[in-house]
Ligand binder design. Structure first.
Ligand SMILES: [Zn+2]
Ligand SMILES: [Zn+2]
Length: 127
């Protein structure tokens, strides 16, 4: 099985997720925009049991009834979202190889919240 590794800007948090990478997508909802500071966020999901943290564990902030946003308490990097259901969504920008084809977004959530100047090419060829 393929291992997808990555971490935060300062290196305090490292992770290794065992494939397959599930549901790669972009999301332009306000939570994602404010969590990342970016106009859209690119995500990929893994079951929690296929994700191993190395070094420090991310700090979390409760962002909704079912999910917490994870970040590095040392450097502030956004890491992902940890759901109450055993799913962890990781931000693709934190991976060691964000251009891995398996991480290409398949769909765009809350597309109508994105700035009009932002175009995202998904694997389906749809915006
Ligand atoms: Zn860090
Ligand atoms: Zn979102």
């Amino acid at each position: 099985m393929k291992i997808y590794s990555g971490g935060c800007l300062c290196g305090a948090i490292r992770f290794a997720a065992t494939g397959p990478a599930e549901k790669p997508h972009t999301c332009s909802c306000r939570f994602c925009q404010q969590h990342t500071g970016a106009p859209t966020a690119a995500w990929v999901e893994f079951p929690a049991e296929r994700l191993a943290w190395a070094g420090a564990k991310p700090a979390t902030w409760r962002s909704s009834d079912y999910s917490s946003r994870a970040f590095c308490p040392a450097c502030g990097s956004s890491i992902g979202a940890i759901d109450d259901e055993p799913i962890v969504a990781l931000l693709i920008g934190g991976f060691d190889d964000p251009s891995d084809p398996a991480l290409q977004p398949q769909y765009h959530s809350f597309e109508d919240c994105r700035p009009v100047w932002l175009q995202v090419e998904t694997a389906s060829g749809e915006e």
